[in-house]
Design a protein around this ligand. Sequence first.
Ligand code: NAD
Ligand code: DAU
Length: 358
Amino acid sequence: MFHLIHSQLTGKTKFAMQNILVTGGCGFIGSEFIRQQLALDDGSTIINLDKLTYAGNLENLVNVADHPRYVFHRGDIADRECVETLMNRYAIEAVVNFAAESHVDRSLLDSAPFVKTNVVGTQVLLDAARTADVSRFLQVSTDEVYGSLGATGYFVEETPLAPNSPYSASKAAADMLVRSYHHSFGFPAIITRCSNNYGPYQFPEKLLPLFISNLLADIAVPIYGTGLNVRDWIHVSDHCRGIDAALRHGTPGEVYLFGGRTEKTNIEITHLLLKLLTKPESLMRHVVDRLGHDNRYAVDCSKSERELGWRPRVTFEQGLLETIQWYRENQSWMASVKSGDYLEYYSRQYQSAKPVTH
Ligand code: NAD
Ligand code: DAU
């Protein structure tokens, strides 16, 4: 089942798994993970299970769609029959669960799909993976389960969970289920929690792609509240290298944090984008704040550095420049994802957003 091989990503010898079920692989982070895995020579076959919600896009994987070690299956992680069939058909040895409803603002409009996919979907996957006796189950989680920080301090693995939005509450619930399966059944599960990702192929409802896309079209950018909220930014490729390291070298039952050690306020990010895109400050628009808006996220990822030999490699300056360049060069990708659902959501979320002045 396992093969010892040399990892191109971490430079270490590691266990290679033959068949990995990746869920949500057509989204922003899952598609980067699949591209990275298929670029390795360790022979793992990736079975990508994705429902293709508004956030899932087959175009994100168009360059690897015909790869001999890649299989796509459209389906729902909450569909027990579908998940069990895939586990058996492909003799799955490891699961990496990216599939989720992932946007805080949408969870404030309607939390039902968040509970269905993030909680029930995870529970269905856990049961099927346990029956299939997989060697590893990696739950891709978020630093948002810890809630909000004040001006100082960092999230560490043991920080008590205190989720503030329906999105983060559903992710915390899923994490608790994963934890319980390890505790009760000795199920070989690992949880990773990461800070805010940026990079290519991110759906333009999140801060960076939304602001880049608006500014490229000379449309004002909606800054929630004061814009002084802080996020810790990490390039998506660094996050996915971390997930690979945790999958291969992590200890079942453990939690690993990833972050970029790059704290920025939303206002700082906006000024940087205006400068890099040579756009005027008149395109900044303060709008009514997000409900329950978390003040600050910042991650202490020293455990992952120490135990997994992982380090973030991409500096924010370089990563942001490349990300802007990617969106400039891929405006047809952007146009295609700004479909009916996106336009409907945008108008619901922002047309009624009242401008405020400070
Ligand atoms: P995304 O919204 O871009 O992609 C989610 C993917 O999951 C889509 O392809 C979608 O079609 C699929 N999906 C949704 N419901 C499904 C279901 N029921 N069955 C099968 N597939 C389904 O999300 P993302 O930003 O790539 O995030 C991926 C994971 O990483 C999520 O679990 C998220 O909580 C976590 N995470 C995200 C960030 C971030 O900054 N984006 C940071 C930390 C953790
Ligand atoms: O920390 C990890 C989390 O990061 C992930 O778990 C989530 O899936 C991911 O969406 C992200 O959550 P955030 O809520 O931090 O990301 P978002 O891009 O929605 O917002 C980032 C900051 O920008 C936040 O302070 C809110 C602000 N913002 C966002 C949008 C969309 C605005 O000011 N205006 C906006 O229009």
